[in-house]
Design a protein around this ligand. Structure first.
Ligand SMILES: NC(=O)C1=CN([C@@H]2O[C@H](COP(=O)(O)OP(=O)(O)OC[C@H]3O[C@@H](n4cnc5c(N)ncnc54)[C@H](OP(=O)(O)O)[C@@H]3O)[C@@H](O)[C@H]2O)C=CC1
Ligand SMILES: O=C([O-])CC(=O)C(=O)O
Length: 258
């Protein structure tokens, strides 16, 4: 049987690590890493591409992959805060879009609650080291404060989709929660710069008719790129393995959780 053919959109911190592990430890064929301006593979070359680039890359490049019949596992889930793009990507029946859980957990249970009926409240609070939250749109004074460590500060508090777009490399988890909860109109997100946050901390809360989910995830920041949690490359590996098992490709033995 042929091996699962895997490509990588973006070759930075997450996909660099993921590719290394796949090459060393998995029976998948790595077909390449695709950076800015590289032409993308079609279904004759790749079965699945893991995106770990940017929200803009999802908007600009993922439709072409799906249209070509290639499945895409997306990490920059904040791109789906745009309702038009979300519909375009999720409704593709050629290649399928798969959103990765990334830096957080509990989305399976949030979806179970949502399956029983609309949720009444959905929120996430993310705490990171201040320097990891600097954005180009911030005033110079704020950027300098954050770079210097500063005091604890709430940098965003609003609809999860909007927060994910304002912090495109740091709050994709907010969009992942809104997507899982199917609650873009009520899901909220707070982003807190916290000089004491040695670990990145995501606190998730969702309330439905049948119960409540409270989850706290504490992640070591990636040493090379502290704004991303180190576990994210491993979450993408987990997603790739579950994908391979469900689609009947050769994969390491193990359970599938959906
Ligand atoms: N869902 C989640 O929980 C999480 C999601 N993420 C998402 O994953 C992304 C990647 O994270 P990380 O690896 O740490 O970031 P990096 O900045 O280390 O890597 C991003 C890579 O993508 C490349 N890139 C940018 N634009 C494009 C494009 N249009 N086409 C192809 N490649 C492109 C960059 O290249 P260049 O050097 O040319 O810019 C860079 O090599 C984040 O931006 C974020 O959106 C991250 C953490 C958690
Ligand atoms: O890695 C994390 O902890 C979260 C993150 O950057 C994101 O959601 O974009």
């Amino acid at each position: 049987m042929a091996d699962l053919r895997v490509g990588f959109l973006g070759g930075g911190n997450i996909n660099g690590r993921l590719r290394q592990v796949v090459e060393r430890q998995r029976p998948y064929e790595v077909i390449g890493t695709f950076g800015r301006g590289d032409s993308l593979p079609g279904s004759g070359e790749a079965d699945v591409v893991v995106e770990a680039a940017t929200q803009d890359a999802v908007r600009e490049r993922v439709p072409e992959l799906l249209d070509a019949g290639v499945d895409v596992i997306v990490l920059s889930v904040g791109a789906l805060a745009d309702a038009g793009l979300r519909a375009r990507l999720l409704e593709s029946r050629r290649g399928r879009l798969i959103a990765c859980t990334g830096a957080i957990g509990g989305l399976d249970q949030v979806r179970a609650l949502r399956a029983a009926g609309p949720l009444q409240a959905v929120s996430i609070e993310s705490r990171k080291q201040p320097a990891a939250l600097v954005q180009s749109w911030m005033p110079a004074e704020l950027r300098e404060d954050l770079e210097a460590g500063g005091a604890e500060m709430v940098l965003a508090d609003g609809l999860a989709g909007e927060v994910a777009q304002r912090f495109p490399s740091s709050a994709n988890v907010a969009a992942a929660l809104a997507l899982a909860a199917d609650a873009w109109n009520i899901a909220t997100a707070r982003v807190v710069a916290d000089p004491a946050a040695v670990r990145t901390r995501h606190e998730i809360h969702a309330v439905g008719e049948l119960g409540e989910v409270r989850i706290v995830v504490e992640n070591a920041p990636s040493p090379e790129r502290p704004r991303s949690s180190a576990v994210v490359a491993w979450a993408a590996l987990r997603a790739l393995d579950d994908y391979a098992r469900l689609r009947g490709w050769g994969a390491p033995q193990g359970p599938v959780f959906l």
